[in-house]
Design a protein around this ligand. Structure first.
Ligand SMILES: [Zn+2]
Length: 482
């Protein structure tokens, strides 16, 4: 099957960077890009008209938890009341005796919703650090069904996080989770890496810096090397974690990770915002950006999630200037990688008080080539001959943009994932006119609504003080009682 996409501005690849090809044409055959230029003479089975639109490489979203993440909607108000609970894992940590794993169908629904939402918003490749436990064969089937590209294996950790009856958090070692979890992940990768024409790729997910003991991280590095897959770990995502690491290992989180050997060119660190030297942390020593840059690791920056919790990475521009590779992820809903570029840019400018900072080109690179490099892939995140046929067509001729002088600047300044019209992965149109060609979006949405309502109704059952969702997050306005 050959597809030609004609017209519009094509974001091509010069060999060293993105470049714009006005009134361009992209030719795809099977899962590969055959040509990027202006020649419209090659025959194709299908021609897509992209006049007035921008034809971009498919975006790489480095942080998509495959779950409904109902707690995302609770984040902003919770942070106002209890700063230490200013992150999902902490305020969402249940009372130990109230832990009940969700049934496999509920987990499968969350996975399907999240992975579809990310794809619909323009991310042809996602890094999934894990969602609910669920059934792993379901996972493989969902990736097959939706048509996107996913890096995943089930996450593991050697400590769990709970709240006690007074709402205080504590970590509890779980020997039954760490190594057996790593073993399960390795088995998953051995069995499923490369499934669906390579759209499902393995990645090891030791969950968080402070929940994985050092020997488990070392074993993860060895296992990733043997399997030849990348690694993702959460670190620097909240104040609580920084203190836990500092107290346990008496060093800031990046130094700690560097000593375990887990930092390297194939490792992505989700968040990595809170570090020694961050304005929220009274820790005046160390040179963590230098350590990060030297290691070649990628920071999976999720600016919107941090902003929800009232802090910022300090800063996107400073990390780049220090030589740190920065990719972008959404983490929290909405899983909108297009808008995430704008948050990355604006928040960096605010932090640095520099209106000329965090240029659109830099955040666009972060959401494309940097994310692909983090995953060890030169054939993703760029429209080059021989690269994977993963691209998105975005409509810029709307009142949202007005007359756009430069499409990349316009996309970063004004764009939204809702503007993504067409998504192609592996040479197949998986989203057309903003709708999946493979699943019934309306049906999925209705199922997600019902599933979320069930979870919210059951929330008091897991909360340390049995609070309802309304008590945790009061509505914006009172509801009229009639
Ligand atoms: Zn996360």
């Amino acid at each position: 099957m050959k597809i030609r996409i004609d017209g519009g501005v094509v974001v091509g690849w010069s060999g060293t960077s993105h470049e714009l090809v006005p009134n361009g044409s992209v030719l795809l055959e099977g899962d590969k890009i055959l040509a990027v230029g202006t020649d419209r003479s090659p025959a194709a089975d299908r021609v897509i008209d992209a006049s007035g639109k921008i034809v971009c490489p498919g975006f790489v979203n480095l942080h998509v938890h495959s779950q409904l993440n109902i707690g995302d909607y609770l984040l902003p108000d919770v942070t106002k009341k209890d700063y230490l609970a200013a992150n999902w894992f902490v305020f969402g940590a249940p009372l130990k005796e109230k832990v009940t794993p969700p049934p496999a169908p509920a987990v499968a629904l969350g996975r399907k919703y999240a992975l579809y939402s990310a794809l619909r918003n323009g991310a042809t490749t996602v890094l999934d650090p894990g969602g609910g436990p669920g059934d792993l064969d379901d996972y493989v089937n969902i990736v097959g069904q939706l048509g996107g590209r996913v890096f995943f294996s089930p996450p593991y950790r050697s400590s769990d996080i709970f709240t006690d009856a007074q709402g205080r958090h504590y970590y509890e070692e779980r020997e039954d989770r760490g190594r057996p979890g790593l073993k399960r992940a390795v088995e998953f990768i051995k069995k499923h890496h490369g499934a669906h024409n390579g759209r499902l790729q393995g990645i090891l997910n030791p969950a968080q810096a402070e929940t994985c003991e050092p020997s488990l991280l070392k074993e993860s590095v060895a296992a990733a090397k043997e399997l030849d897959v990348p690694i993702h770990i959460h670190a620097g995502g909240n104040f609580r974690e920084f203190l836990q690491i500092l107290n346990t290992y008496r060093k800031p989180v990046v130094e700690y990770l560097a000593e375990t050997g887990i930092l390297g060119p194939r490792t992505t660190i989700g968040h990595m915002a809170i570090r020694g030297g961050h304005s929220r942390v009274d820790y005046p020593r160390g040179n963590e950006l230098k350590l990060l840059a030297e290691s070649g690791a990628t920071v999976g920056h999720c600016p919107y999630k941090c902003a929800k919790m009232g802090f910022a990475m300090e800063s996107f521009d400073q990390y780049l200037a220090a030589g740190v590779r920065v990719g972008l992820g959404t983490d929290s809903y909405p899983l909108d990688i297009v808008a995430e570029m704008r948050y990355a840019s604006l928040i960096s400018r605010l932090v640095d008080k520099n209106a000329a900072g965090a240029r659109p080109a830099d955040v666009f690179n972060a959401a494309t080539v940097a994310g692909a490099q983090a995953l060890g892939r030169k054939d993703l995140g760029r429209l080059a001959v021989g690269a994977k046929a993963d691209l998105v067509v975005i409509n810029l001729r709307t009142t949202r943009y007005g007359p756009a002088r430069d499409p990349i600047n316009a996309l970063v300044e004004y764009g939204s994932g809702a503007d993504v019209e067409t998504v192609i992965v592996d040479g197949e149109v998986v989203v057309e006119n903003g709708r999946s060609t493979r699943i019934d979006e309306a049906e999925l949405f209705a199922q997600a609504e019902a599933g979320t309502k069930r979870a919210w109704d059951n929330w008091p059952g897991r909360d340390w003080s049995s609070r309802s969702v309304e008590q945790i997050i009061p509505p914006a306005f009172p509801t009229r009682q009639s």
